[in-house]
Each structure stands twice: as structure tokens, then as C-alpha cells.
Design a protein around this ligand. Sequence first.
Ligand SMILES: O=C(O)CCC(=O)C(=O)O
Ligand SMILES: [Fe+2]
Length: 210
Amino acid sequence: MNDLFSPNSQLIEEIQKDIYLLRNFTSYESLIDEVKAVTAQAPFRFMHTPGGKKLNISMTNCGDLGWISEPTGYRYAAKDPSSKRPWPAMPQPFKQLALTAARHANFKNFQPNACLINHYKQGRVLTAHQDKNEPDLSQPIVSVSLGMSARFQIYGDARNNKPLEIELYDGDVMVWGRSARLIYHGVKTKHSIPHPNLGAHRINLTLRKV
Ligand SMILES: O=C(O)CCC(=O)C(=O)O
Ligand SMILES: [Fe+2]
């Protein structure tokens, strides 16, 4: 464990090698207008797994490329398959937040061009998975929690490991990369604490370079 304070006094904790937690780094209030602007153009939708199962978390994207799940597999697409239009541009505050968070975790040259936005209702889960659809694994993942709390699960190098679990709250940011870039991770929201303004909803931004 390696605790240190960044120059602006936000607590940064390296919770495992190359996995960083930046508590209270942003907030629902400071990003919700941008989230609403994106979802007005590209609404949340439930995608289906390649096996045909409906995902239990709704999603949308902004940026040059958006992560999609379809019968042929997972991929990044330049156009929203629902509207056939390009995804909304990545709002500058998202990019700025991601760069700053990455820099705090010693990733000096992060160039996010894709932002997946997940919406969780209470009780929904994201099962253990790796983020591995990105070609350049030297670039980190920056993940921003907004609204209701959630239990983030870190399984490490195998999905059947016993996970380290961390409760994430509104405004917390996780950054992982280097030796941890391909960790298995998941999310549970069974015992989540509702947010005063957003209630029992959680929005997560996952910023990546594709
Ligand atoms: O919601 C989260 O905290 C993580 C999201 C995630 O792992 C993903 O979108 O790949
Ligand atoms: Fe992920």
C-alpha cells in the first residue's frame, strides 16, 4: 500500500500494483450536464451479448469510437448502430478529467478517444471481465464513478480468484494500467448507497485509447 497526497490534496492510493484509486476526484454535479448532452444524442440502450443475452446494464458512448456488443462479437465502432450517426464528441471536461487522473497515476501520455458510459440500476452487476478490445495496452483505463455507490471487484489475473472489493462513491476515479492493464474486474450494486440527487442509479464513464 502506498498512500500519498497529490498537490491539490486529493487522496491517491495505489491499491494494488498499477491500480490507483483517486477518491472524490470529481462529482455527479460537475459532469451531469455533459452526460445529459451525450445521452440526448445517443440514448442509453441495452445491447446483447454475442450469445444473444440482453446485458443488464444500459450503455452509450461518446468520442471517436464507441464500444459495442453485437451478434458477431465486441468491437469499437465509429457510428452508433442505433442512429447510424457518429457518436457524440467527447466533452472536453471528460477528456481533461481523464488526462489529469491518468497523470496523477503516472501515465504521462494518455490519449483517450473513446468513452463508454454505463448506467446501473440497483442490483445490476457487471461480471468479471478484462478490457482487452483496445490495441494499445500501454495506455491505461480511467473509470469514473457517478451517483449511487458500487462495489468494485478486482480479481487480478484470473476470473476465479477471490476478488478484492472496494466501495466506490460518487466522484471516485480508478486508473489502472501497465502490469495491471488486463486485470479481471467486475461491479456489484446489491448494497449500493443511493446518491442524494441521482437516487439509486449509477453512471460510470470508462475512458480508453482505442
Ligand atoms: O462500472 C465500472 O465501475 C466499471 C466498468 C467497466 O469495467 C467497463 O465498462 O468495462
Ligand atoms: Fe471493464
